[in-house]
Design a protein around this ligand. Structure first.
Ligand code: PHE
Length: 385
């Protein structure tokens, strides 16, 4: 009991959001309860804000159209601060106290891995909009976590795309890699990039790790400088990458910078300044994609939130669309029905591409390569699976 109270006290309940207007109790007793877990404070808060905004927009649209099967969707949103312990507490609260039927979250892989274990054992379906590490849907035992799905591609693909871009477009022969050893996403993507780059004939001449709270990278960067690589691959989140990029240029490193989806934040240019200009990263979509569904989405999001949707907002929206589609085929909105309906989704049109889940709960989708310029991000190319 004491443990439960401690857990409850530590969970930041952001809001019970009855989306799409309307009055009365939060969605009414007949409402379908959906849990949302994202980081709204902490080191990657723009990730959580975007993912929440995108998800809420999809669910609000469903409610504005009368809900799903005549029932409103009622979101219980929590902030996990990008801390796996907080994610676990938030998951327990949503499942045991709020009795949600399904959870959308979390954002970073290191939070979604423990959350997925919890959802799997509680038999509550989970959709992570953005977590790309394979372990989110696969257990230590190598078995599929059957209740877990995602709206994004996975890092073995993303690492390959980064390596191909370095080899084919940047004509790189050598690469250095710097990664956060305590972050599933960063470490995983570093490994996948290295394997692909070497398979493609490139040489990884420095493979250096740091810890989560490091802020001075001069020792590692000195090693990188001595190895004089064509590209420096930095698979981490914007706040760390911004620091590393800045310090690297200050040290006189001239390598091209390359990274992954974790670079996608309106804060990146503020932190890195000119150091990130000319840096390339792989991502889930580009707002410059001329497909009409992308352009409609960009317009709609901008009208509501006053900025262009980044990949996190877009994947949040897509996760919301996947859930709504599944709920349509789950007349009682029971967790097992929702799980089965999610698994049955095929060729479903989302903003980031058409979604069919493979046997591991992962969509097969293309990746965009973007470049940071003086004016923000610019679309470079699309790479298909
Ligand atoms: N893919 C990252 C992870 O798994 C999260 C992320 C997705 C960050 C998209 C930025 C953009 O940790």
């Amino acid at each position: 009991m004491r443990k439960l109270l401690a857990v409850l006290a530590s969970v930041a309940i952001v809001a019970v959001l009855s989306c799409g207007g309307g009055t009365g109790t939060a969605g009414g007793s007949n409402a379908i309860k959906v849990g949302l877990i994202v980081p709204l404070t902490g080191d990657v808060k723009t990730f959580g804000e975007s993912a929440r905004n995108g998800t809420m927009l999809a669910l609000e649209e469903a409610n504005a159209g009368g809900g799903v099967n005549g029932r409103r969707i009622n979101v219980v949103a929590t902030d996990d601060k990008n801390d796996p312990t907080e994610t676990g507490n938030a998951g327990s609260k949503l499942i045991d106290m709020d009795k949600v039927a399904v959870i959308i979250g979390s954002v970073s892989s290191k939070c979604s891995v423990p959350l997925s274990d919890k959802c799997e054992s509680a038999k509550i379906p989970m959709i992570t909009p953005t977590s790309t590490n394979p372990k989110v849907t696969v257990g230590e035992d190598g078995k599929r976590k059957e209740y877990v799905f995602r709206a994004c591609f996975i890092d073995p693909f993303q690492g390959t795309v980064g390596a191909r871009f370095a080899l084919d477009s940047l004509k790189a022969k050598t690469a250095a890699v710097m990664y956060d050893v305590g972050n599933d996403y960063s470490k995983g993507l570093a490994d996948y990039f290295k394997a692909s780059f070497e398979k493609g004939g490139g040489k990884v001449i420095a493979f250096e790790s740091y810890a989560k709270d490091d802020v001075d990278f001069s020792a590692l960067l000195t090693k990188v400088k001595q190895s004089s690589p064509d590209v420096l691959f930095i698979p981490d989140y914007y706040n760390k990458v911004g620091l590393i990029a800045k310090q690297a240029r200050q040290l006189g490193i001239t390598a091209a910078f390359l990274g992954g989806d974790g670079w996608d934040s309106p804060e990146m240019s503020k932190i890195a300044g000119d150091a990130i200009v000319g840096g390339y990263f792989t991502n889930h979509y580009s707002p410059d994609d001329p497909r009409p569904e992308v352009q409609e989405w960009v317009e709609k999001y901008q009208a509501k939130y006053g900025q262009k949707p980044d990949a996190l907002a877009t994947l949040g929206y897509d996760a919301g669309l996947l859930l709504i589609q599944a709920l349509k085929n789950a007349p009682n909105a029971k967790p097992d029905e929702i799980k089965a309906a999610l698994g049955a989704i095929k060729d479903f049109p989302c903003v980031s591409g058409k979604i069919t889940f493979d046997e591991w709960g992962n969509p097969i989708k293309s990746a965009a390569v973007l470049e940071y310029t003086k004016d923000g991000q610019q679309y470079v190319t699309t790479i298909n699976p």
